[in-house]
Design a binder for this molecule. Structure first.
Ligand SMILES: Nc1ncnc2c1ncn2[C@@H]1O[C@H](COP(=O)(O)OP(=O)(O)O)[C@@H](O)[C@H]1O
Ligand SMILES: [Mg+2]
Length: 465
């Protein structure tokens, strides 16, 4: 029934020849995942195998960024050991009873109990793989505590007591290590109960090292030249640095480049092979036309990074114009507002330690509006001026003073709007993003103050536990 597998041969990692791990004798078990090409990394593999060998009353909780290979690591390790897996995707309405099983109607009109994934795994010694467990209601998971510890599974509906098979394993994967999501990146992430988390050993799967990703890409698209593969991985890692927040940036992107995306990008590039800039086409195809979550849009820093890497830039200057045909009191009100916004901007820039190359029109616009008469003026905003002048003029536009007309257009003649959420192109031009400009944008009335859900939830904790 069981069989020893050589770690080096089975997983293609460097390990002493004598090192083996116990798995099942191949027996056409339909629950064994299909083997796919997979590049095993030493450390994560070691942790998973150690857990498979002896869980010691624990579950295994694998955290890491999305698409880094958490789910596939477990499935592919199990596949090679011929170990059955029941994978369940966590979601807000998943209930413990869904995991247990249910009565179903049979052909002759009677009811018959069918095991759910948990019961099957406990009964037959399979792995129960709970994916995105942090999206699941913690209360529904409490029922798993006893089973993780090796206690029998009670099925009240049938009065059955299932003694856990010695090879039953519980593995959970999630983005947030059970602490709820601090970053705001993973929506629907729930804080898991301490009592439940306590039953898990925690392991982290980050994005693979460049060498590992090189071999993944090589397997996925063997025809792709080495130099291109290297460039893609370099870009992916640059994006990840910005996403996670490396030394020089603090998590500025709202989407990242997972291993999954990288492989898909490579495959798309292969499809576009022969076109003048295959990488860029595939990039656009991947990110701007589809393949992404429907409501996710590439953010500014992201596009900036991409343009830097694949040599595209959409825009280089903004043209603005202010036409004033307002009566004197309104012009004075405009002048007053411009002064106020200007000091908000100054304070914000000081707080950030930003110093922009001077934009000549700050003073000219203030002086013109001081006189209280109509005027007509225009100018340009270049990337080195920073985003502040655009925010200033956009605030004026949004204020909608009667008789004041503000126009700001891109060099492709697109009128920029006052909805900052739609102006990623502008944010990109100035190398900034909504997070960074939020304080000043709120002060200028361009963004609504955001509700701090994490803080709000944090206050609820003490009542809950
Ligand atoms: N080490 C790897 N070798 C081969 N492909 C991988 C590897 N890691 C990730 N992948 C690819 O990335 C995809 C996403 O991995 P997955 O395990 O679903 O990520 P996660 O569960 O962390 O979100 C997989 O379908 C697989 O194609
Ligand atoms: Mg997964």
């Amino acid at each position: 029934m069981y069989q020893q597998y050589s770690v080096a041969d089975t997983f293609g990692v460097s390990a002493p020849a004598s090192m083996t791990v116990e798995g099942f004798v191949p027996a056409n078990n339909p629950f064994v995942p299909v083997q796919k090409p997979y590049v095993f990394r030493r450390e994560p593999l070691r942790d998973v195998l150690a857990f498979f060998r002896n869980p010691n009353g624990d579950g295994l909780y694998i955290t890491g960024p999305t698409g880094s290979g958490k789910t596939s690591l477990v499935e592919q390790a199990a596949a090679r050991l011929h170990w059955g897996v029941h994978a369940v995707a966590g979601h807000g309405r998943l209930e413990f009873n869904d995991l247990l099983g249910q009565f179903v109607l049979t052909g002759n009109g009677t009811m018959k109990w069918t095991d759910g994934p948990l019961t099957s795994a406990v009964r037959h010694g399979h792995v129960l793989l709970l994916n995105e467990i942090d999206a699941t209601d913690p209360a529904e998971l409490l029922g798993l505590n006893d089973i993780v510890e090796g206690k029998p599974l009670m099925i009240a509906a049938t009065d059955e007591v299932v003694i856990p098979h010695p090879k039953f394993r519980l593995v959970a994967t999630g983005n947030s290590a059970g602490a709820g999501d601090q970053s705001g990146l993973y929506q629907g992430v729930m804080r898991q109960s301490l009592a439940f988390m306590d039953r898990f050993r925690l392991m982290e799967v980050g994005y693979p090292e460049p060498d590992d990703e090189m071999s993944m890409l090589e397997r996925a698209v063997p025809t792709m030249p080495l130099s291109i593969r290297e460039r893609m991985i370099q870009l992916a890692n640059e994006i990840r640095k910005v996403f996670i927040g490396g030394s020089d940036s603090a998590g500025l992107l709202s989407i990242t480049m997972s291993t999954r995306s990288l492989l898909r990008w490579a495959q798309l590039s292969a499809n576009y092979k022969g076109s003048p800039n295959a990488l860029a086409y595939a990039w656009i195809g991947r990110w701007f036309c589809g393949g992404m979550r429907p409501n996710a849009r590439p953010s500014t820093g992201w596009r900036k990074t991409c343009s830097a890497a694949i040599g595209r830039c959409d825009m280089s200057v903004l043209y603005w114009q202010v036409e004033c045909r307002a009566p004197q009191p309104v012009v004075f009100a405009v002048n007053h507002a411009l002064h106020q916004w200007r000091s908000c901007i100054d304070r914000w820039q000081q707080d950030l330690g930003l110093s922009y190359v001077g934009w000549p029109d700050w003073d000219s616009l203030l002086r013109l509006s001081e006189i209280g008469r109509g005027f007509d003026t225009s100018g340009q905003i270049h990337p080195e001026h920073g985003i502040a002048p655009w925010l200033w003029l956009t605030a004026l536009k949004k204020a909608g003073f009667v008789g004041i007309d503000v126009g700001i257009v891109t060099d492709a003649s697109r009128e920029t709007s006052t909805n900052l959420h739609q102006e990623s192109e502008v944010l990109q031009l100035f190398g900034t993003n909504l997070v960074q400009i939020r304080p000043v944008a709120e002060a200028l009335g361009l963004l609504l103050p955001s509700l701090d859900l994490v803080a709000a939830l944090g206050e609820m904790d003490s009542d809950w536990f």
